[in-house]
Design a protein around this ligand. Structure first.
Ligand SMILES: [Zn+2]
Ligand SMILES: [Zn+2]
Length: 341
């Protein structure tokens, strides 16, 4: 099969700069890797953190994007999990060492040698990309490419965050973006109640949350009508930690779901006392992905997306930054006729 020599990609040369559209050589799959034609790629808040330099270890230049839905074009030596034509999803966790204590105890999300897609490996803001086949997932049938893309990070890291909330019945979601709009549907399916706390005055986001099944929606400056059993912070604002702690009952957990957050202001011990817990959620394990991608079609989770062509990636990032997107932003990457079978 013919693969073109070059592809279009949106490249980050250094933090603080806009992504640059350029032609790059098409990567060749190394042993154990697959070469994918990217069909769609979600735009995640983590991408913004890389652009802003909040995350300090990107390879540069780098192609962002870690919610990739692609079609296998070619497989590297020894790669046997997928065949050309298969539709696969590539998440944030692009590889782990497999040997350290974390990896051997089911916590590969905490591996010090892990490699992340669209951060230390080139991601999906490009026409083609390579991925380690062991870290790719089959995409559930019944989801069009653009609808499936947000499941791969917003969905499955959100799922990990929801699991960390334990058996909480009444759960507060602080921030109602891509992850929350998926997780409210999952939480409802599991018989939980969601209390959505958006940017103050964001009536549209509050209506959106109610439409998707939130029991109540208001501003993060308001007090929900019930004491919460847990809260999940999707918004990267540290001042929400003490706010959420004040709304969570004794024994409850505040889960910080993002990879980066502004500093948490100091707060009185009394709001933590009573065995309240503050914890973060880092990355994902493949087990999280398998569990969530099996669960999503059962709910069934419907994703609401705003699409952009590949070359409008900067616009998608800007809209995400200002909170202008309802649900998730997804880049639709044009098919490359030459790579089609
Ligand atoms: Zn490891
Ligand atoms: Zn992400």
């Amino acid at each position: 099969m013919n693969t073109p020599a070059t592809m279009r990609a949106m490249v980050l040369d250094r933090p603080g700069q806009p992504l640059r559209l350029c032609a790059r050589p098409v990567p060749s799959p190394e042993p154990g890797q697959v070469l994918l034609r990217v069909r769609a790629c979600g735009v995640c808040r983590t991408d913004l953190h890389v652009v802003d330099g909040d995350l300090k270890e990107p390879k540069l230049p780098v192609v962002l994007g870690h919610e990739i839905v692609g079609e296998v074009v070619r497989t590297g030596e020894g790669a046997a999990a997928f065949r050309p034509g298969d539709r696969v999803g590539v998440p944030w966790l692009g590889g782990s060492c497999g040997r350290c204590d974390a990896c051997r105890s089911g916590r590969e999300n905490l591996c010090d040698a892990a490699l992340y897609t669209g951060y230390q490996r080139d991601g999906g803001f490009a026409e083609l990309c390579v991925a380690d086949e062991r870290f790719c997932f089959p995409v559930p049938e019944g989801y069009p490419d653009v609808q499936a893309a947000p499941l791969l990070c917003a969905g499955l890291i959100g799922w990990r965050a929801l699991r960390m909330a334990g058996d909480a019945q009444r759960i507060g979601f602080y921030g109602f973006g891509a992850a929350a709009h998926i997780l409210v549907q999952v939480a409802r399916y599991l018989g939980r109640e969601v209390y959505a706390l958006t940017r103050p005055g964001d009536a549209e986001a509050q209506a959106f949350a109610r439409r998707l099944g939130a029991a109540w929606a208001g501003g993060a400056d308001e007090t929900p009508p019930v004491a919460l059993d847990a809260a999940i912070l999707f918004a990267p604002a540290g001042e929400l930690v003490p706010k959420a702690l004040r709304e969570v009952r004794k024994g409850g957990t505040v889960v910080c779901a993002g990879i980066h957050m502004t500093d948490i202001p100091s707060f009185p011990y009394s709001i933590l006392w009573g065995e309240r817990v503050v914890r973060s959620v880092a990355n994902l394990t493949r087990e999280d992905g398998e569990e969530f991608l099996a669960l999503a079609p059962k709910v069934p989770v419907h994703t609401v997306v705003t699409t952009y062509p590949l070359e409008k990636a900067n616009e998608a990032l800007a809209d995400l930054r200002t909170g202008r997107i309802e649900g998730a932003a997804v880049l639709v990457v044009d098919p490359v006729a030459a790579t089609r079978q």
